[in-house]
Each structure stands twice: as structure tokens, then as C-alpha cells.
Design a protein around this ligand. Structure first.
Ligand SMILES: Cc1ncc(COP(=O)(O)O)c(C=O)c1O
Length: 424
């Protein structure tokens, strides 16, 4: 009989590359008595963390909110697992890869404040939220409420479904300048008796604003409204506890803020909702179709990806999520503070500064966002994102203060002098 340990070892599966961990753990010991906010300011510590990544040094990545770089160990693990699994799929897929998937599920559940049997492992937020918005019942004649700041494909998906079924979709306008109390009041007024379902973002994708999701879900719960939270930018960027939020569904992409490999995500579903929610892909087994979370893990879900998610969780746990949240908030404040009084510079409003996460939006009066983006990229090798709201500037845990200094200096210059015309 094959001894499992020796078999895996022979296949190269026993040697997970965790070379980066001891240095980070040692560095964490040095700052163990510091508060997360103090740790957030410790550049030596974050320089150690940065060494866990293999970054393309030609550009400064300020677009890590879309897809973040994954640590070297995650990429090595993804390659290694893929090689080994493909060498004998019938054996490895359903042993090593599956047991690692189960391990990832348990670890993710504990970070999210959920039970493992409430966490479906999917490819991304798109799969998670689409599963829910196609899989739940919507009472005929009722109303689905969402906001103009939600992810456009999801709003369109609701509208397409409503056209075929007998319900309506209401898109709430979230004002740019609003306090949390004002936002809660807006949802309070919108959640009238005809409303059956609410879909909202945990963190707004356009400008990084964190919504008071716990208060909004509490209002919905009091009125029996089903809550679907698009947490693409929540989990691992800002504190996230689905049990505290009290939402029914929460979707996330691990390749954004959880440092997982591209193509990994999760779908949290409150246990009581599992049986009544249909999966995107029907499973073979009719029992599985009832109340097991695995029924949402369609045939497209890539088993070999999950061992590498465990490597990203090793890094997240070694750093500690509290420190990570504090670092995101610190870096955002670091560059926004330097620019907030610069004439011509307009920052996305942050009335609740303490909730700031890792990205925010900037505009310069009189300058087209796309021109600014091209100038930053082509002349200064700085790569932010952009959307209708302006330039989106995101920092990840590998972003250095010096990177942000370079960005701030260009913005000050452009705000004062405009974009220099290119010399030919
Ligand atoms: C708010 C929001 N929801 C959903 C998504 C979709 O994420 P993914 O492409 O990882 O499925 C994004 C992508 O950036 C997003 O910003």
C-alpha cells in the first residue's frame, strides 16, 4: 500500500515553501507589544513584509485594489501544486488538493467570523454574487434595492432578471458627501414594506468609502429584507465579521485584499439560506443540492488553487489582520494628508476618517483623469487606476512610503503647473 506521506513527498508535495515566514514572524516578535497603529508606521517591518513579494520594479503599482500581487510563496505553491496534480490528477486532486481546500475553508471561515459549512469556495466575487442574485427567490411584485455605487454588472444582472420576472429594481443614489448617519437614514427610508432584497457594497469600488454595513443590515433584518453584500473590497482590507454584520450573503475575491492567487474567491451564506438558494451549476447528487455549501462550488472551481490560498493565509496570519488594516489606513492617510490642502486637488470625501481603507480617489481641477493617468504612467512609471469618479490610488502591504512620496510630488507639480507637454 502506498504510504500517503511518502507518496506526497516523492511527488514533491511535502515541501511547502514558507521561506519568507520566519523573517516576518521574527519581525512581528520585535513589534509584538506595539499597537497595530504603531506597527503600521514601522517601515522596517513593512520592508520585511515586502520581501515576501516578487514585484515588477519597472512600475509602482497603485492599482492593487483591482488585483493585488500575490506573495512569492503563493505563486510557488500554485505552480508546484499544479505540476504535481497534473502528474496524476485522479490521485492528487481528491487527496492533497481536496484536503487543502477543506483547510482553506476552515481558516477563511474563522477570519470572517463564520462557520466552515457556510463558506463556499468560488472563483471570485462575480461568481459569488451572481450565484446569489440568480439563485434566490424574489417575491413577485416586490422590490430589490441596490445603489448607484454598486458594481455595474450586478446592477444590470438584477435589471435583466426583473425584466423577465414580476418585480422591480430600485437604484438608490448615494450622495458623494454623506456621513454614516445620513447614509443609514437613506437606507432606512428606502427599505419600505415592498422591499424583499437589498444588495450593497461593503466598500464602494469607485472611491474606497466603507459603508456602515452592520447598521444597514440591522435595518434590513428588522424588516425581513434579504441582504447580499458585495465584499469585493471588504474582507482583508477593513474589519469584516459577517456574523456581526448580520448579512445573509457576502461575496469576496481573494485576489484583491487577501493576497490569494488570481481566480479564488469566497461566498459566505448564512446556514439557513443554503437550502433555499439554487446553485449556478446543478450538482449530481440531489442531497448535495439541499443544504451543503459545497453545492455552490461549480465544476469550474479550480481545486489546485486552494493549497496556494493556504500559503497566502500563512502570510496574513503571520502579519495579523489588525496590523494589515492599520497599515492600509495609515498609507491612505499618509498621501491624502499631504495633498488635502494643495490648491486644485480634490480628494474623495472621507467624513469617517477612522474607517479609511487602502484606497481613495483624487481629482485635479481642470485636468482630465485619463490625461493625469497617462502622465503618471508614461512619464513617472506610477500605475494608479481610474474611473468616472477620478484617479483611484490604492496601496497594498508592499507599497512603500517612498512610492507614495513620488506620487504626491507629481500631483503637487501637476496641480500647480498642469501636465507638461511632451518634448519631441
Ligand atoms: C465592488 C466590486 N464587486 C465585484 C467586483 C468583481 O470582482 P472579480 O472580478 O474579482 O469577480 C469588483 C471588481 O473590481 C468590484 O470592485
Amino acid at each position: 500500500m502506498i504510504d500517503r506521506r511518502n507518496f506526497l513527498h516523492g511527488a514533491g508535495l511535502a515541501a511547502v515553501n514558507l521561506a519568507f515566514l520566519p523573517a516576518i514572524v521574527r519581525a512581528a516578535e520585535r513589534i509584538a507589544l506595539n499597537t497595530p497603529e504603531e506597527a503600521a508606521r514601522d517601515e522596517d517591518y513593512w520592508a520585511t513584509v515586502r520581501r515576501a513579494f516578487r514585484l515588477d520594479g519597472r512600475f509602482v503599482d497603485l492599482q492593487g485594489n483591482a488585483v493585488a500581487s500575490a506573495p512569492i510563496a503563493v505563486l510557488d505553491e500554485a505552480k508546484r501544486t499544479s505540476d504535481v496534480v497534473h502528474s496524476l490528477p485522479a490521485y492528487h486532486l481528491f487527496r492533497y488538493a481536496l484536503s487543502e481546500k477543506t483547510r482553506a475553508r476552515t481558516r477563511l471561515a474563522s477570519l470572517l467570523g463564520a462557520n466552515a459549512d457556510e463558506i463556499g469556495l468560488v472563483r471570485n466575487t462575480t461568481e459569488a454574487i451572481t450565484t446569489v442574485l440568480r439563485g434566490i427567490k424574489v417575491e413577485p411584485g416586490s422590490e430589490v434595492v441596490t445603489t448607484n455605487q454598486d458594481y455595474p454588472p450586478f446592477i444590470r444582472a438584477w435589471q435583466a432578471r426583473a425584466e423577465r420576472e414580476n418585480f422591480t429594481v430600485r437604484v438608490l443614489e448615494l450622495p458623494e458627501q454623506a456621513t454614516n448617519d445620513q447614509l443609514v437614514e437613506l437606507f432606512d427610508n428606502a427599505l419600505q414594506s415592498q422591499v424583499s432584497t437589498l444588495m450593497a457594497c461593503h466598500v464602494l469600488w469607485r472611491n474606497g468609502r466603507v459603508l456602515p454595513i452592520e447598521r444597514i443590515c440591522a435595518l434590513a433584518r428588522q424588516r425581513n429584507v434579504t441582504t447580499i453584500i458585495d465584499g469585493a473590497h471588504g474582507f482583508c482590507q477593513v474589519p469584516t465579521d459577517v456574523r456581526e454584520f448580520g448579512c445573509d450573503y457576502y461575496g469576496n475575491s481573494l485576489h484583491k485584499w487577501a493576497l490569494g492567487p488570481i481566480g479564488t474567491g469566497l461566498l459566505y451564506m448564512r446556514k439557513e439560506r443554503i437550502a433555499e438558494t439554487l446553485p449556478l451549476f446543478m450538482p449530481w447528487d440531489s442531497e448535495l443540492a439541499e443544504d451543503r455549501i459545497e453545492k455552490f462550488e461549480g465544476p469550474g472551481t479550480s481545486l489546485p488553487a486552494w493549497p496556494s490560498v493556504n500559503a497566502s493565509l500563512d502570510l496574513l496570519e503571520a502579519i495579523g489582520l489588525e496590523r494589515k488594516f492599520a497599515r492600509h489606513a495609515y498609507l491612505t492617510r499618509y498621501w491624502t494628508e499631504q495633498l488635502k490642502d494643495t490648491p486644485g486637488v480634490v480628494l474623495s470625501d472621507e467624513p469617517d476618517q477612522q474607517q479609511a481603507g487602502g484606497f481613495a480617489v483624487l481629482n485635479i481641477e481642470g485636468i482630465e483623469t485619463y490625461d493625469l493617468f497617462r502622465h503618471l504612467l508614461d512619464i513617472h512609471s506610477l500605475l494608479p487606476g481610474y474611473n468616472e469618479s477620478g484617479l483611484v490610488v490604492a496601496s497594498q502591504i508592499y507599497t512603500r512610503k517612498t512610492d507614495l512620496d513620488a506620487f504626491v510630488s507629481v500631483i503637487k507639480n501637476v496641480a500647480q503647473n498642469g501636465i507638461p507637454s511632451t518634448v519631441v
